[in-house]
Design a protein around this ligand. Structure first.
Ligand code: ZN
Length: 96
């Protein structure tokens, strides 16, 4: 991880609780390329199992994990479509 990403993670990283293990928290932060990264195993080992499409913001579409989809949806205040890359199944995240 380079210096800019380290700073983004430390200062602006968003903590997201694991969906499967409530005791665990991951950090979602902005990479230098303008796409989000996450500290969870799905992102670290697979670069994320989903293609993520925030409604009304096609320029923010990216590959990633469920935590990135949550942060994108919450930050933009829009529904976010997740398409699992292995199966093509679609899911919707709705911000509160
Ligand atoms: Zn993640």
């Amino acid at each position: 991880m380079d210096e800019i990403e380290k700073v983004n993670k430390a200062l602006f990283g968003r903590k997201v609780r694991s969906f499967t293990d409530k005791g665990r928290t991951y950090t979602v932060y902005l990479g230098k390329d303008g796409k989000y990264k996450c500290t969870c195993p799905d992102f670290i080992f697979r670069k994320g199992s989903y293609n993520i499409f925030p409604e009304k913001h096609p320029e923010k579409a990216q590959r990633g994990c469920k935590h990135i989809a949550k942060v994108l949806g919450d930050t933009l205040g829009v529904k976010t479509i997740l398409v699992r890359r292995s199966t093509g199944m679609g899911y919707v995240y709705r911000p509160r």
